[in-house]
Write a protein that binds this ligand. Structure first.
Ligand code: NCD
Length: 325
């Protein structure tokens, strides 16, 4: 619902704001979010839903497949006593199949709901939806190779929960830096804090685009692009593994060349991880983390990283709907 072309900074006040990019957040905004998130955990564990969002309806419209983001947004609203309109595959199940434009679809669902959560295969579409909406906030649940801000918020919360800080961190990100929207948002987030060092491990063809890299380097974080696990720093605070984004490739053979060049397995952990290094992944994984690693107590990707997704989204929706401050 931002004025055309503008994406508002949060600046301590979430109410009515679209959530499109990690660029909107300052460390203070993140500390507000995280303060409430700790409380959402206890609300979610109660037998009865809270009534914080009673009478509110949130539309989830996903033009691209999703398990966690769709599931946890739905669960978040319901945990707080609100209701959802859930549309997966709008190309099949809504008037989009008849040729309705994105703008019209947004205008229609804003008449029925208090916020719209949107995922789309094209970068920039969440912004387009925000420009189309007149009255209600839009949340970007992943726009192509652009950003995935709510994933980064839960990733940052998970790192904060485990290490107690968001500055002075050493982290490794591995996989698809070029097409992976979760890393694009997470790097933006970590760049807001002082003295973070990020090592990006990927095949050369899947490095960040130069514009993004230069932009990130101008902000707080030190960023190193590396080709081999031999360049891993000792005792990193986190390893953030990602999937090579098959659906963004023009040909299967290009994908085959670069998929799973780097596998996280117990051998690598033994050689290179610290005793407090946490192992993260936004999921889905498609072979780049061996299932044997799941039992390692440092692996959080099927544990707190998942649960935190729901708590952080409960908080974010409550803040933008003005239910908490
Ligand atoms: C990610 C996404 O959709 O960008 N998944 C998610 O939301 N947890 C990561 C991916 O698909 O690789």
């Amino acid at each position: 619902m931002a004025k055309m072309g503008i994406t508002h900074s949060i600046n301590g006040n979430f109410k009515g704001k679209d959530i499109l990019s990690l660029d909107q957040f300052t460390p203070l905004d993140l500390s507000i979010l995280f303060k409430h998130t700790a409380k959402m955990r206890s609300i979610a564990s109660q037998a009865k839903p809270s009534d914080l969002l009673k009478g509110n309806i949130v539309t989830l419209i996903f033009y691209e497949s999703s398990s966690r983001t769709f599931g946890s947004f739905g669960a978040s609203v319901k945990q707080l006593g609100g209701a959802t309109i859930e549309i997966l595959n709008p190309e099949t199940f809504s008037s989009v199949s008849k040729g309705e434009t994105l703008e019209d679809t947004v205008r229609v669902f804003e008449a029925y709901s208090d916020a719209i959560v949107i995922r789309h295969p094209l970068a920039g579409t969440a912004k387009k939806a925000a420009d189309a909406a007149e009255f209600i906030p839009i949340i970007n649940a992943g726009d192509g190779i652009g950003e995935h801000p709510t994933q980064a918020l839960l990733d940052l919360y998970t790192i904060f929960e485990k290490t107690g800080k968001l500055d002075g961190l050493t982290g490794i990100m591995a996989g698809d830096m070029l097409n992976g929207r979760t890393v694009h948002s997470l790097i933006r987030g970590l760049s807001k804090y002082k003295n973070n060092e990020l090592y990006l491990l990927s095949p050369k063809a899947l490095r960040l685009n130069k514009n993004d890299l230069n932009g990130f380097r101008k902000t707080g974080a030190k960023i190193y692009e590396i080709d081999s696990v031999k360049d891993f720093p000792k005792n990193a605070d986190f390893w953030y593994w990602t999937r090579v984004q098959k659906e963004r490739f023009n040909s299967k053979s290009e994908y085959e060349k670069v998929k799973n060049n780097f596998i996280l397995d117990n051998k690598l952990i033994k050689e290179r991880a610290g005793k407090n290094t946490i192992f993260m992944h936004p999921l889905p994984r498609v072979g780049e983390i061996e299932t044997k690693v799941d039992k390692d107590p440092r692996a959080v990707y099927l544990r707190s990283q998942i649960r935190n997704g729901m708590y952080v989204r409960m908080t974010l929706i409550s803040l933008i709907l003005g239910k908490i401050k």
